[in-house]
Design a protein around this ligand. Structure first.
Ligand code: PMP
Length: 282
């Protein structure tokens, strides 16, 4: 793979980062993952907007402006001949002698790479996933997309060891989100429910797009918290993220949803999301 590191496009073995990079020492870094369909970027403006929100919260700056970031993404797609998958980009505060206070001045760092992945013909999406609930052990600013991901990583492993595919976080009795995705249910009367935006969850770009497309298709969307018990009794459930798109959830804490197979509304939403994203990708 050819990766981007601070202005250079290099074979991945030649890409180097300082031991003193605060992204490495403090997870003092934010990131975005943009999916790629037909060699084009899905909702890149949405990802840029959220990147700026994350950067602003941490008083971070990026070495490239928006046009530069877009050009860099396109260059990576070209150099890696990527047609389907994702581009990961990370902005770090850069290298400074280790100290909890942000350095008065440091050169922000920017790295990016591509990942090839079959997003549309996904075996996981065809089968659906099984989730278990876990206590939300993450920090309280989940709306900032930092690289501090050990909590979600640990909980994903707990889910895998329990024979499930992923975990849904629960805080004060309500589901916040999945380890790397937003959580949704569809009620018996057809309402599509996902938790309202706050610092408790990441403001998913896919979440926003699915809401828009579902409402435009005449479906009712409710933004509110829900419990695991409500989700277990729901008609359907699913997750959204840039890499999972819309992926059905077929079991929660060992309880199958409906007949235990991906539901029709979820399938329709996935098709709708893919069609709209393809049409708008640039
Ligand atoms: N929540 C969390 C905790 C995530 O890590 C992600 C994916 N990075 C999402 C939600 C989904 O966000 P998006 O749709 O922008 O990929």
């Amino acid at each position: 793979r050819i990766v981007y590191v601070n202005g250079d496009y290099l074979p991945e073995a030649d890409a180097k980062i300082s031991v003193f990079d605060r992204g490495f020492l403090f997870a003092d870094a934010v990131y975005e993952v943009t999916s790629v369909l037909d060699g084009r970027l899905v909702d890149f403006p949405g990802h840029l907007a959220r990147l700026h929100r994350s950067l602003g919260a941490l008083e971070l700056t990026t070495p490239l402006d928006d046009a530069g970031l877009e050009e860099m993404h396109r260059e990576l797609l070209k150099r890696n001949r990527l047609t389907e998958g994702a581009v990961y980009m990370q902005v770090t505060r850069g290298a400074a002698d280790r100290d909890f206070a942000y350095p008065a001045s440091s050169e922000p760092g920017l790295v990016a790479f591509t990942q090839a992945k079959a997003l549309i013909e996904s075996p996981t999406a065809a089968k659906g996933i099984r989730v278990i609930s876990v206590q939300d052990i993450r920090w309280a600013r989940r709306d900032i997309k930092t690289t501090q991901l050990l909590g979600p990583s640990m909980c994903k492993m707990i889910a895998k060891k329990a024979g499930a595919d992923d975990a849904w976080f629960v805080e004060e009795g309500f589901v916040t989100e999945g380890t790397s995705n937003n959580a949704w249910i569809i009620t018996a009367d057809g309402a599509i429910v996902t938790r309202n935006l706050s610092a408790a969850i990441l403001h998913g770009i896919t979440r926003a797009a699915v809401m828009t497309y579902a409402e435009a298709a005449g479906m009712r969307v409710e933004e509110r918290p829900f419990t695991i018990a409500e989700a277990q009794g729901a008609a359907e459930a699913f997750i959204t993220s840039a890499s999972a798109f819309v992926t059905p959830v077929v079991e929660i804490d060992g309880v199958p949803l409906g007949d235990g197979a991906p539901g029709p509304v979820t399938k329709r939403l996935r098709e709708l999301y893919i069609a709209e994203s393809r049409a708008r990708a640039s």
